[in-house]
Design a protein around this ligand. Structure first.
Ligand code: PLP
Length: 394
């Protein structure tokens, strides 16, 4: 067993909060009734779902009947895109971005194969989209479907979702946002941001894996993806995952209660980490929009070396980080997000992501700042590439 674990991979998944675990336990024990049953034993469980839905609605500042519980954000994203596309038919153009999570990009590409016009908006060097380009893509469209993420999972870049939604609404589009990485780190206020649908995943903010939310504004048109039961008002069939629903609601409550203080704590740790890396490691670039960024995320490219090698050596020191999104790791292809931002060839393979949570400490930041620079120096010494190495031709 590794003696020390420093977990800086919270955009991949998070530790379940003890309060969340505690709230879930009765539903693995005595409260096992089916919430759809006629009897009072099931009915008391249904009451806990009602309460959980109200807690989530408070978190999103929306109505409880606008909250659907799903199995994960991948399901939420698929339901939003494919459900709206099925409602509107092939004439619906889909406008999304080149840096979405595969849970959005792949359904969008499937819809393209099925005859929809699909546009993946490019991003600039810091990973932002051009709102003028969004507008021009929507001009003349009917019943378009716009999906722009709230914040990017790899770089932490936060998108102007409110403006995106306002523009999309001028053209009568249906607007979806994947808010998986923003949940718990930034306020999600459905009365302020006119999106129609929004996806969240429990395991990214201290609830367990395997529970998600799809927010659906009243009146939004989509065809349900999961059929076979009356649950969730007929919009998502399947017996409810009661313990996880209760856990997710608890995670929402904890996040709302501490969001500002946590954001401050996360920013302080992240900024110290960033400053320390820039001060000790030459030929490093920070990826993402530093003026619109999640407080917990730092994505850096170390030129001339491989992110996988850095991750491997950090892992030997008990430090957990990621190279690109967890779904993409295991493949040596550079991340589609980093490539879309036009990061130079010398840096594109050397990108790693640190992502922090409320359970991290400044001591852990110091530990990483002690272990990382010698790893970078050693890898650079071994690399055939570098500013002071003999030129290489390909
Ligand atoms: N969207 C984003 C931005 C993500 O980061 C993730 C997970 O990595 C997902 C969607 C998928 O979430 P889930 O694991 O709940 O399916």
């Amino acid at each position: 067993m590794m003696s020390k674990t420093v977990y800086f991979d919270n955009n991949a998944t998070t530790r379940v909060a003890p309060e969340v675990r505690e709230a879930m336990l009765p539903f693995f024990g005595e409260l096992y009734g089916n919430p759809s049953s006629m009897h009072a034993f099931g009915g008391q469980v249904a009451a806990h779902i009602t309460k959980a839905r109200e807690q989530v609605a408070a978190f999103l500042n929306c109505e409880p009947d606008e909250v659907l519980f799903t199995s994960c954000a991948t399901e939420s994203d698929n339901t939003a895109l494919r459900g709206a596309a099925e409602w509107f038919g092939r004439e619906a153009k889909i406008v999304t971005t080149a840096v979405e999570h595969p849970a959005v990009l792949q359904p969008a590409r499937r819809l393209k194969a099925q005859g929809h016009e699909v546009v993946e908006l490019p991003v600039d060097g810091v990973g932002q989209i051009d709102l003028g380009r969004l507008r021009s893509e929507l001009e003349g469209s009917r019943n378009a479907i716009v999906s722009v993420m709230w914040a990017n999972n790899e770089t932490g870049t936060v998108f102007p979702v409110r403006q995106v939604a306002e523009i999309a609404k001028e053209f009568g589009a249906t607007v979806h946002t994947d808010a998986v990485q923003a949940a718990g780190k930034a306020p999600l206020d459905m009365r302020q941001v006119p999106v129609d649908m929004l996806s969240i995943s429990g395991h990214k903010f201290h609830a367990p894996k395997g529970i998600g939310i799809l927010y659906v504004r009243r009146g939004t048109k989509f065809k349900p993806f999961m059929l076979g039961g009356h649950q969730e008002g007929g919009r998502r069939a399947g017996t409810e995952n009661v313990p996880y629903i209760v856990g997710l609601a608890k995670a929402c409550e904890l996040a709302s209660a501490n969001m500002e203080a946590e954001a401050e704590q996360l920013t302080a740790m992240r900024d110290k980490l960033q400053a320390g890396i820039l001060a000790t490691c030459p030929n490093v670039r920070v990826n993402g929009d530093q003026s619109h960024r999640l407080p917990n995320t730092l994505n850096v490219s170390f030129e001339y070396i491989e992110g996988e090698a850095i991750a491997y050596h950090l892992s030997d020191e008990g430090i957990c980080i990621s190279t690109g999104s967890a779904c993409a790791s295991g493949s040596l292809d550079p991340s589609h997000v980093i490539r879309a931002m036009g990061v130079p060839f010398t840096a594109v393979h050397g990108s790693i992501r640190f992502s922090l949570s409320r359970y991290n400490t400044m001591d852990e930041v110091d530990y990483v700042l002690e272990k990382l620079p010698p790893i970078i120096r050693n890898l650079r010494d071994m690399s055939p590439f570098g500013p002071d190495k003999a030129p290489t031709t390909f």
